[in-house]
Design a protein around this ligand. Structure first.
Ligand SMILES: [Fe+2]
Ligand SMILES: [Fe+2]
Length: 367
């Protein structure tokens, strides 16, 4: 005779480390994504001040190797993660400092915010960093940074650290010395491959990672201006360009793609949502982004997160100046795993109604 009860059944499941699907279904198989990451914004004045104080107080030492301060999304339980897949940080290098060479399986990009005389060396290719340059760091490539001037340098780091650790795939190795030997010609990969439509004919294609390690701002800006001249633009992102591997047309990393986008004066894009998450850095201008009905006002230097499947639209607040946004996005992961989806916001001419305003460091106010 069966004398079992459901209470006893559940308690036996628990003691045997088993869990039923039927009581958890809404949590583990939701009908649409329920991101824990919050839309959030960090003001440049706060980021800069805290990075500057770190520069004065904290030396760069072996172990961490870098003076990087991560955006910790308040929805992600105290982890130094901007989104479930992306790490984003402000890195500060004092004049004459060295950030020692190492390599890791985490994939990395950096976008240069400011500084003169600072350089990055990736696999022996040394490049002096200028505002707006984007430097890539494919997995397991040696890299170090340094400064030949008295001026500090500051940049945005983007890595796939959360995903890498979730997959238990992190390896790290310090270099035997502080810095690598460098190639005879400075900025060699940008010179050799920087005109993306031409390829040294005797070399094979570089299919997985770009052969070019530094995407110089002058070229990026030229591309933005040229596309704007044609009048071509996305209704959701205006003049948005993806940095590509010139040999494959694919994203710069397997796990991260980088975008630069120009919101032309007065442009207000239509809202949409995408499965991927993104971290934005405001390179130039001022404006706002409405994320799930909350208005995020931004200006030069600010950083903000758009979580996955969150409605978002961008607006350049100036009718005369362009606004330029750099972003890192985990779209390549979603596409590779066949999980990418996007949806346009069709009501109200594609514009959300604003139900709140973000207050920096504090949260949201209702309007
Ligand atoms: Fe690194
Ligand atoms: Fe978007």
């Amino acid at each position: 005779m069966i004398t079992d009860t459901t209470d006893r059944l559940y308690s036996d499941m628990q003691s045997h480390h088993l869990m039923p699907l039927w009581t958890l279904e809404k949590d583990i198989l939701p009908w649409s994504p329920k991101p824990k990451a919050l839309p959030w914004l960090w003001k440049w004045s706060d980021l800069y001040e805290i990075a500057e104080r770190s520069g004065a107080l904290v030396p760069i030492e072996r172990g961490g190797d870098r003076r990087a301060i991560a955006l910790a999304n308040p929805g992600l339980g105290g982890l130094p993660h901007a989104t479930p897949t992306l790490w984003a940080a402000v890195q500060w290098l004092n004049g004459r400092e060295v950030a020692p060479a190492h390599r890791h399986t985490a994939q990395a990009v950096r976008f240069i915010i400011d500084g003169q005389g600072a350089f990055s060396t990736v696999e022996g290719d040394k490049v002096y960093l200028e505002r707006g340059d984007m430097v890539i760091n494919p997995p397991w490539y040696w890299h170090d940074h340094g400064s030949d001037s008295d001026e500090r340098a500051v940049w945005m780091d983007g890595l796939d650290i959360p995903l890498n650790n979730y997959l238990d795939a992190s390896f790290f190795e310090p270099y035997k010395g502080e810095t690598q030997a460098v190639s005879a010609v400075l900025d060699g990969t940008a010179l050799k491959y920087g005109v993306g439509q031409m390829r040294p004919a005797w070399e094979p294609r570089s299919a997985q990672y770009p052969p070019i390690f530094a995407y110089k701002w002058a070229e990026t800006e030229r591309a933005l201006n040229n596309v704007a001249k044609v009048g071509a633009a996305s209704p959701f992102d205006d003049v948005a360009l993806e940095y590509t591997n010139p040999h494959s047309g694919g994203p710069v990393m397997d796990t991260i793609t980088c975008w630069i986008q120009m919101l032309r004066p007065g442009v207000h894009t239509q809202a949409h949502r995408q499965v991927n998450s993104a971290v934005y850095y405001v390179f130039e201008g001022r404006g706002l982004t409405v994320i799930n009905g909350i208005r995020f006002d931004w200006e030069k230097g600010d950083m903000f997160v758009i979580p996955g499947w969150a409605w978002h639209e961008h607006c350049n607040a100036s009718s005369e100046e362009r606004a330029t946004l750099f972003s890192i996005q985990d779209t390549p992961v979603m596409r590779a795993l066949n999980k990418y989806r996007e949806e346009a916001y069709t009501e109200n001419d594609g514009h959300q109604s604003v139900t709140g305003v973000f207050r920096p460091a504090a949260g949201f106010d209702k309007v």
